[in-house]
Design a protein around this ligand. Structure first.
Ligand code: RUB
Length: 318
């Protein structure tokens, strides 16, 4: 698959989910770099930086994407030779993919410790990190039952119930608006994240915040399963996470919408759950309260203030 094809497939959501799109971008950069053999250092770096920019912006909300691209393309800015730049980038791309896969496994192990035998778990959207917690608990012999939402308009819930059913987990499939109705039967909620801000707010599939609200009302623990590269470094500088708004025809066919001249379809893809609704964030580094988001950004994301200052006008060098 070419770099442009990967970008298009991510945009069309044929590749989706914050972890998967980050790994797809890493693989695309790796393949692209490996295909370049006839350029001098400057041309190679220019081309790879353009490729990085293309991939980093293809879906605006999932911070995993720019984080992955930034981690992988760092050698382009510091390397002294073409070989340093190329080998550095390719090594980092391979390492990112391996780290990301291991992180999901580790999150599953840690997350499973927060699930008890007999628990009823609610999940929303299709998060491989959240599902890994549930499936790991099931593999450890726990008797788990799941409530999984439909996830309008793109029906990611269909992917979730297939995974759960294939694993042999008893699953109830519900429409999104039934989440509060069933909350009284739920022991724990686990979702994934597309981004986590420095103040511990969680950005995830639209509807997540309603479920968190219902969970708080019912005194049900709300857990978020997220690799450390879903934390958003630039929120330290006050940058906001852009909430992607997708086309109207995902919600209502054009043929109907054109008959309704006074109707506008709004289709935000993600929402923000404030940290006070989140009990714990399960990362590959351990389970943390949302208040510790800053520590993850500083200590585990390999993103120092130098990076943050790039193209930020108030951080001029002395
Ligand atoms: C996917 C979504 C998932 C997160 C985390 O949204 O909101 O919960 O991306 O997933 P979309 P994962 O379908 O619009 O990409 O744990 O797999 O990274």
């Amino acid at each position: 698959m070419t770099l442009e094809e990967t970008a298009t497939r991510i945009k069309r959501m044929e590749i989706r989910g914050a972890g998967r799109i980050a790994r797809a971008a890493a693989k695309a950069l790796l393949d692209y770099s490996e295909s370049i053999n006839d350029l001098d250092q400057k041309s190679y770096i220019d081309r790879m930086l353009r490729a990085s920019d293309l991939l980093a912006g293809v879906r605006p909300t999932a911070v995993s994407l720019p984080n992955a691209v930034n981690i992988i393309s760092k050698p382009l800015l510091k390397a002294e030779t073409l070989q340093d730049a190329k080998e550095g980038l390719e090594d980092r791309a391979r390492a990112f993919i391996t780290h990301s896969e291991h992180a999901v496994t580790r999150i599953g192990e840690i997350g499973a410790r927060h699930i008890r035998d007999g628990d009823v778990v609610m999940t929303h959207c299709n998060s491989e990190a959240a599902l890994q917690c549930i499936v790991t608990a099931h593999h450890q012999g726990m008797d788990i039952e799941v409530y999984a939402t439909e996830v309008r308009p793109r029906n990611q819930g269909h992917i979730t119930i297939k995974t759960l059913s294939d694993a042999g987990i008893r699953t109830n499939f519900i429409v999104d608006s039934a989440a509060r109705y069933f909350m009284k039967e739920v022991d724990i909620c686990i979702t994934g994240a597309d981004a986590i801000t420095v103040n511990g707010a969680v950005i995830n599939k639209i509807g997540t915040s309603q479920i968190a609200l219902a969970a708080k009302e019912a005194r049900v623990n709300f857990l978020v399963a997220a690799e450390t590269y879903k934390f958003a470094p630039r929120t330290i500088l006050g940058e906001r996470i852009l909430i992607e708004e997708r086309p109207a025809d995902e919600v209502l066919p054009d043929a109907i919408l054109t008959t309704l001249p006074h109707v506008t379809v709004r289709n935000p893809t993600f929402d923000i759950t404030p940290s006070e609704y989140v009990d714990l964030i399960i990362t590959e580094q351990g389970a943390i309260p949302p208040e510790m988001a800053y520590t993850i950004i500083k200590e585990h994301l390999q993103w120092d203030m130098d990076n943050l200052c790039t193209d930020y006008p108030y951080c001029e060098e002395e």
